[in-house]
Design a binder for this molecule. Structure first.
Ligand code: FA5
Length: 344
């Protein structure tokens, strides 16, 4: 039995010396110490059949050999692990002197024009304001002189949010005009501000209509503000953005929150006024609604309409961008299509 054990030990040592990787090491360890069928374990199991004297002697030798071999396996495992790490480091090296990839993307065309407009209006003494996209029915409609159930709500139909805990309805804002009364309450007169932002409409899409688009609201409130101030600001804005003569026309338009109200159209720059799918074959595209702020809206904002007057406009920023760059379908702008976006 002693001889058998010593032979087993020599054989195990020989096999361990030939091991090249962890997998082979595990196989050898399994062969000798495996719970089921491991050679050394089988000998240890057979000890119970020996007489007590022999069991003691052979048992202590077998344990000695087992400990020795286990220590050898552990030592070889550590060496192999260290070698593996070393070779991984060699193959995974990184050249920190290579040039950095500078293709980091750029601004979306809507942001480009929005920031240009913000700079322009800052120069004219306007504040740049922000407002909530999820808005109360009050600021989106009622404060703007559009009572509940009034048919004028259909002009800016939007998405209503079910808020069963609260009796007041919430809507995705249909226009940036929701910030008018908020700003009047916060800052009071005199006030000049523009409000860029995303708005939402429940309507069918086509080349010039989307359900999510951007507007830029603007308003100026002071003593003696008139339509002449509105037209002057429009002219400055158009020539700054288009840097050339663009044909515009102002026609009467109905918005419950202005009186009088207008709509400003631009001659379509996609077709040069000949007619196309963007301008629905009429040669003109509606770019903004505007007018003199209704006295009821000034009152809702805590401003005395006897003393102050003001103009307001709501520019369709997305359509403005289409005209600036000659984009023939509004749906490209929210598509996330890199083939389109990389052109700007
Ligand atoms: C309004 O949203 C008013 N709040 C504008 C206003 C502000 C009037 C202040 C008076 C005083 P309107 O629904 O017409 O108005 O939208 C304004 C502009 O947004 C339009 O002239 C158009 O350029 C753009 N627009 C409207 N609907 C869409 C749409 N579905 N997709 C893309 N652009 C749109």
């Amino acid at each position: 039995m002693q001889e058998k054990l010593n032979k087993l030990k020599d054989q195990a040592i020989r096999e361990l010396s030939l091991v090249k990787n962890i997998k082979q090491l595990d196989d050898v360890a399994q062969k000798y110490f495996g719970r089921k069928g491991g050679d050394l374990n089988n000998i240890l199991k057979g000890l119970k059949d020996l007489d007590p004297e022999a069991r003691k002697e052979i048992g202590s030798l077998a344990n000695e050999i087992k400990e020795e071999l286990e220590a050898a396996v552990e030592a070889i495992r550590q060496t192999l692990n260290a070698k593996e790490v070393e070779s991984k480091l060699e193959s995974d090296w990184l050249d920190v002197t290579l040039p950095v990839d500078t293709n980091l993307g750029h601004l979306h065309p809507i942001s480009i024009v929005q920031y240009e407009l913000e700079d322009l209006f800052k120069g004219l003494g306007f504040k740049i304001l922000d407002g909530p996209e999820l808005e109360s029915d009050y600021y989106n409609f009622e404060a703007l002189n559009i009572p509940k159930h009034h048919p004028a709500r259909d002009m800016q139909d939007t998405f209503y949010v079910d808020n069963s805990k609260n009796t007041d309805k919430w809507v995705m804002r249909a226009h940036t005009s929701n910030v008018q009364v908020r700003a009047m309450k916060e800052f009071g007169p005199p006030l000049r501000a523009v409000v860029p932002g995303r708005v939402f409409r429940c309507e069918s899409t086509d080349a010039s209509h989307d359900t999510t688009f951007d507007q830029l609201e603007g308003f100026m409130i002071d003593e003696d503000i008139s339509i002449a101030n509105l037209i002057a600001v429009m002219k400055v804005m158009l020539s700054a953005i288009f840097k050339r003569d663009v044909k515009v026309r102002l026609r009467p338009g109905y918005f419950p929150f202005v009186e009088p109200g207008f709509e400003l159209d631009m001659q379509c720059l996609i077709c040069g006024g000949k007619g196309c799918s963007v301008c629905k074959q009429v040669g003109w595209l509606e770019i903004m609604g505007c007018g003199m702020i209704h006295p009821n809206v000034l009152k809702a904002g805590g401003i005395d309409p006897e003393k102050y007057s003001g103009f307001a406009f709501g520019l369709g920023l997305t359509r403005f961008v289409m005209m600036r760059y000659g984009i023939e379908d509004i749906r490209h702008l929210n598509s996330g299509d890199l083939r389109f976006l990389k052109q700007f």
